[in-house]
Design a protein around this ligand. Structure first.
Ligand SMILES: [Zn+2]
Ligand SMILES: [Zn+2]
Length: 211
């Protein structure tokens, strides 16, 4: 008997960061000594613990059965606990998911943007390079070496509680709201994820951006 094909777990959108690092600074990005949280595991924690849905409601959102949800959720919590207690960094990548829209990440400038389903993107709207990967494909290719999810470069986020979130393409700005990562906001004009104005990433993007 061949195994049943796994149904894809539906995600409304990708997480706004590619991972977390312990404050001790006692880690290396190159190191394999990390906890890998699959996209669907991140989503399970988001729905159950952050949005506080029941497991049944959460399973409906993800288009999976309730027992499957429970299994994913328990695995997610074990991984997060391990990272907290053992000072490991967490990478959010891989898994068996389907996003509700077509999301892409530019490998050149690190911008993340969204297209309506069916609209294929050919180049990055910010830097106009063609090294863009659909996040869907990034998840499926996992575990990958080169080209694995996560832009090759890592950036420190903006600091402090004040400042602005800015669109990397059109410079549309919103005041940064505490507790809401800039990366969770989409520019209303460009459908590109906003970034912190005083971040390394934004300065990096400005160097790459085509006028
Ligand atoms: Zn780009
Ligand atoms: Zn914009």
């Amino acid at each position: 008997m061949s195994p049943r094909p796994k149904r894809r777990r539906m995600l409304s959108e990708p997480p706004s960061v590619s991972g977390f690092v312990p404050e001790s600074g006692d880690y290396s990005f190159a190191s394999e000594d990390r906890v890998i949280l699959f996209f669907e595991e991140y989503e399970a924690i988001r729905l159950a613990d952050y949005e506080q849905l029941t497991q049944l409601e959460a399973s409906v959102r993800m288009h999976i059965s309730r027992p499957t949800f429970t299994r994913i959720y328990e695995s997610a919590r074990k991984k997060v606990a391990k990272a907290f207690i053992e000072n490991k960094r967490i990478s959010i990548e891989g898994g068996h998911v389907e996003f509700q829209a077509d999301w892409y990440r530019c490998e050149n400038c690190g911008s993340v943007f969204k297209r309506k389903s069916g609209q294929k993107a050919k180049s990055c709207p910010v830097c106009e390079e063609s090294q863009i990967i659909p996040l869907q494909q990034a998840a499926e290719n996992f575990p990958g070496r080169a080209g694995s999810p996560g832009c090759g470069r890592r950036f420190r986020g903006g600091r402090g509680m004040t400042g602005s979130c800015i669109c990397p393409k059109c410079d549309y700005k919103e005041e940064h709201a505490v507790g809401i990562p800039c990366g969770s906001l989409l520019c209303p004009h460009c459908n590109i994820r906003m970034v912190r104005e005083d971040s390394e990433h934004y300065r990096f993007i400005l160097n790459k951006r085509k006028k």
